[in-house]
Design a protein around this ligand. Structure first.
Ligand SMILES: Cc1cc2nc3c(=O)[nH]c(=O)nc-3n(C[C@H](O)[C@H](O)[C@H](O)COP(=O)(O)OP(=O)(O)OC[C@H]3O[C@@H](n4cnc5c(N)ncnc54)[C@H](O)[C@@H]3O)c2cc1C
Length: 326
């Protein structure tokens, strides 16, 4: 999908070019940041490698003006939008990042380095999926989903299953009940004994949720959409979707290398998408987000802030130069 380009100095010269803004990650947040960087007349580049988080999904729901289009199509359109600006989008992995505000250096796979005054991290997160039940990983994004906003409206009034091993604690119970906005017919698979209080069990029964404690062995796609659930006790049930969760692993290594605060939720940013390290911005899922619309908005914001910051850095430099002039 990505139009790969070898990294070339955007402005060939004897001295290596220092970009204004280097954007790492070319998913929804990164390409949105690129558009704003280009429109802000800043010299930048996107360096990206690997698929966007929702690449396995045939559609992206809730994307303004592109609702339910394929993520690939949306990202290809975003790349097209960058064409008139000649904004480089380079396919390569950033292996290392160092430096400080005004002088960052990224080392790409293969050893090439890129310098920039500001950095925007848009590296997203990785969904680390459980190995069991068998088949879950293969159906991820198609018949197995994690988000009832991304895929839920399509199934309204249908029959859904939620995989919630153990079903322990109030937030797990509330998570299951939340799916009833889609349909009353919710089956929760606890993949072994459910660790429920009497009160929680009564609430689930009152709300009409079926709790199935038999271990789940295998999930397969049902012809025409949906899943067939194979339990270890021999039961086989069909559902329109299985909701399941993986571990959400933040791609925060580059941020950590620069000294940015990173928690299990994401890279810490303020309302302007600034990290705890000057000159470093972060946007999209890597900052806690979970939706394309939020990623796009935060990418735009990060790019605007980076450009503002460059403006004020230059102003400060010129004021100081003026003061120093006799
Ligand atoms: C199965 C599934 C379905 C989804 N469906 C929807 C939906 O219907 N609607 C919706 O709004 N949201 C949906 N989402 C969420 C959506 O995918 C994310 O919110 C969105 O992709 C976040 O954009 P991002 O730019 O932050 O990250 P990504 O789109 O994941 O982009 C990050 C990019 O950075 C690259 N990268 C990472 N590290 C490096 C590095 N060191 N060097 C170079 N490149 C790097 C990655 O490979 C990737 O290409 C879904 C998620 C999943 C898992």
């Amino acid at each position: 999908m990505l139009r790969a380009m070898a990294f070339q100095d955007p402005v060939p010269s004897a001295a290596p070019t220092v970009l204004d803004v280097l954007i790492i990650g070319g998913g929804f947040a990164g390409l949105s940041a690129a558009l704003y960087t280009a429109r802000g007349l800043k010299r930048g580049a996107v360096i990206t490698s690997g698929p966007s988080r929702n690449a396995p999904s045939p559609h992206a729901g809730g994307v303004f003006s592109r609702d339910r289009q394929s993520p690939d199509v949306i990202l290809a359109a975003a790349l097209d939008d960058l064409q008139p600006y000649n904004f480089p989008v380079i396919e390569a992995r950033v292996e290392a990042l160092s430096g400080q505000d005004g002088a960052f250096t990224a080392v790409l796979e293969g050893g090439q380095s890129v310098q920039a005054r500001k950095v925007i991290l848009a590296t997203g997160v990785e969904d680390v999926l459980p190995e069991q039940p068998e088949g879950l990983r293969d159906l991820w994004g198609r018949d197995v989903h994690h988000c009832p906003y991304c895929y839920g409206w399509e199934l309204r009034g249908g029959q859904i299953a939620v995989l919630m091993p153990g079903l322990q604690g109030q937030s797990a119970v509330e998570n299951v009940l939340y799916h009833q906005k889609i349909t009353q017919d919710v089956l929760v698979c606890t993949d072994g004994p459910a660790i429920l209080t009497e009160e929680e069990r009564a609430l689930l029964t009152y709300r009409g949720v079926t709790v199935l404690e038999a271990p789940l062995a295998r999930v397969e796609a049902r012809a025409g959409g949906g899943v067939r659930l194979h339990f270890r006790d021999g039961q086989v049930l069909e559902r329109d979707v299985l909701y399941a969760h993986g571990e959400r692993r933040v791609r925060g290594e580059l941020a950590e290398a620069l000294g940015c605060e990173v928690t299990a939720a994401g890279i810490t940013v303020n309302a302007q998408q600034m990290t705890t390290v000057p000159g470093v911005y972060a946007c999209g899922d890597v900052t806690k987000g979970n939706q394309v619309a939020f990623a796009v908005a935060s990418g735009a914001k990060a790019a605007m802030q980076a450009a503002f910051s460059i403006f004020y850095d230059d102003l400060k430099r010129d004021r100081e130069a003026l003061t120093a002039t006799p």
